[in-house]
Write a protein that binds this ligand. Structure first.
Ligand SMILES: Nc1ncnc2c1ncn2[C@@H]1O[C@H](COP(=O)(O)OP(=O)(O)OP(=O)(O)O)[C@@H](O)[C@H]1O
Length: 464
């Protein structure tokens, strides 16, 4: 066996003479570090896999435990033997060999930091970050007007409790209808600024030409129609909070100005020469993946990082079905109706549905049923392939058990995507913007998916 040259050998305890005057140095037990495999280069770059004790076959055959789609790798190229005290890599007599630091090896003891090369793929073994990340659960089931008793919502409440008193800006992420606006309002109310103004700017709802003046204000005569000086949202929110809804819609050319507001708390009204200092907290929200928007060049990286210092993500309702009963009661209460206003049968149906439009959709359905009677309950078929237990449904969602795992999984996902998109596009009458909002996925990505499944033309999908 070869030891990888880059890696220091473990410290040898036996050589150390115990000296009474020397305090014992407690080192981490050698080899107890759990490793994670990260694919650094090659067609599968970016993938990672935590290595639990056991054996892993690595290769391009779909039956391998770690499948690498690299043509220069053998079908069964390498075996990883993961023990409590270390990881051993064994070459499976591969065609092109396995290498570490340019040396071909047949067996190699891996250490944290070791990089091995199989074909054109480089694999790095890094220590897994096993720090305890679990958030203590808040005991509350309500934060402002946001309610929830599920574990996921109580984790969110813990974060909100910590974030509210400070003055730092916050980014709220979540699919449409998950309560981002309620969350922003609650953060405001529970902060020392709670008595100040709460100014909402919905960036998706304002014509792009008006956003600049809405946010930063203008001076008289700055443009046609500017008949007097006007303070923008940041100035109007003095002593309070500005809620920037759909911040991902902020035009690229205005993004440096928002960055300046966040960093220096300064705004310049349109047509003015001087900056004014503003005193407000910014809470921004987005239903799109802003990191994706950064990669697509639509959102500035520096602005994203500045906004994302404090982040909270509201979980979709399908991930917390145990909140549905409480939410139904909350909606009924807000309508001035008792819990008995809905039958057990209807409640049971509402609890089974995955709610792609989240709490907003649930609220609408409850209001509809209470106002129009239970016969007005719309068809609430569980979405294909998306039951609350995560099991696949029949039809396109039935796994083909005779196929290799990877292939069966891919087919299942393809079927789910097709069924989901068909239903979504029908429900949104071909309106892509609405569909992207309802599904909580980026418009560009939605278009790509529709194209992939040949649904773009058939559905008559169109922009709003
Ligand atoms: N956890 C919750 N508790 C009580 N009501 C909620 C909750 N989440 C959402 N709602 C209700 O659902 C509706 C939608 O909420 P809200 O407007 O805050 O969602 P949003 O995430 O901002 O949606 P969008 O992205 O479409 O703007 C509102 O009527 C809100 O009162």
């Amino acid at each position: 066996m070869v030891a990888c040259p880059s890696v220091a050998q473990p410290y040898d305890d036996d050589d150390e003479q115990q000296d009474e005057q020397t305090a014992t140095l407690h080192r981490a037990e050698s080899g107890r570090v759990r490793l994670k495999l990260v694919v650094l280069s090659g067609p599968s770059a970016g993938r990672s896999q935590v290595l639990e004790p056991g054996e892993y076959l690595v290769g391009k055959a779909p039956t391998c435990d770690i499948v690498l789609s690299d043509k220069t790798i053998s079908r069964q190229h390498l075996k990883l033997v993961v023990r409590q005290d270390g990881v051993q890599a064994v070459d499976m007599e591969s065609h092109n060999g396995s290498f570490c630091e340019g040396l071909r090896f047949s067996e190699l003891e891996l250490r944290p930091g070791t990089v091995i090369t199989l074909g054109t793929t480089e694999l790095k073994f890094v220590p897994e970050d096993t720090r305890e990340r679990s958030v203590t659960l808040s005991s509350r089931t309500q934060f402002g007007a946001l309610v929830g008793s599920s574990r996921k919502m109580r984790e969110v409440f813990t974060l909100l409790e910590r974030m509210a008193p400070g003055g730092s800006d916050v980014l709220i992420q979540g699919e449409t209808g998950t309560g981002k606006e309620l969350c922003a309002e609650a953060l405001h109310q529970e902060s020392p600024r709670g008595k100040g103004p709460f100014v909402i700017v919905d960036l998706a709802g304002i014509a792009p030409s008006l956003i600049e003046s809405e946010l930063f204000g203008h001076v008289k005569g700055a443009f046609t129609g500017a008949q007097s000086d006007r303070a923008g949202a940041f100035e109007r929110a003095s002593g309070g909070t500005v809620f920037l809804d759909e911040v991902g819609e902020l035009p690229l050319e205005l993004q440096p100005r928002l960055l300046r507001v966040l960093e220096r708390r300064q705004v310049k009204r349109v047509g003015a020469n001087d900056y004014r200092t503003v005193d407000m907290r910014v809470v921004a929200a987005t239903h799109v993946d802003l990191e994706g928007a950064v990669k697509a060049g639509k959102f500035r990286r520096d602005l994203f990082h500045r906004l994302a210092v404090l982040r909270v993500t509201l979980p979709p309702l399908r991930e917390r079905p145990d909140d549905i009963a409480l939410l139904i009661d909350t909606v009924l209460k807000r309508m001035g109706r008792p819990p008995s206003a809905l039958s057990d049968q209807t409640r049971a149906l509402l609890t089974q549905y995955p709610w792609p439009g989240n709490v907003r959709e649930l609220r609408n359905v409850v209001e509809q049923v209470v106002n129009l009677g239970e016969e007005a309950l719309p068809e609430l078929e569980p979405l294909p392939g998306e039951s609350l237990t995560g099991d696949a449904h029949s039809g396109a969602g039935t796994p083909e058990l005779d196929l290799p795992f990877k292939e069966a999984k891919e087919r299942l996902i393809e079927g789910f995507e097709r069924d989901y998109l068909k239903g979504l596009i029908e429900r949104c009458e071909g309106n892509i913007s609405r569909a992207s909002r309802e599904a909580g996925i980026d418009r560009v990505y939605l278009r790509k998916l529709l194209k992939k499944h040949g649904l773009e033309d058939r559905s008559g999908a169109r922009e709003a």
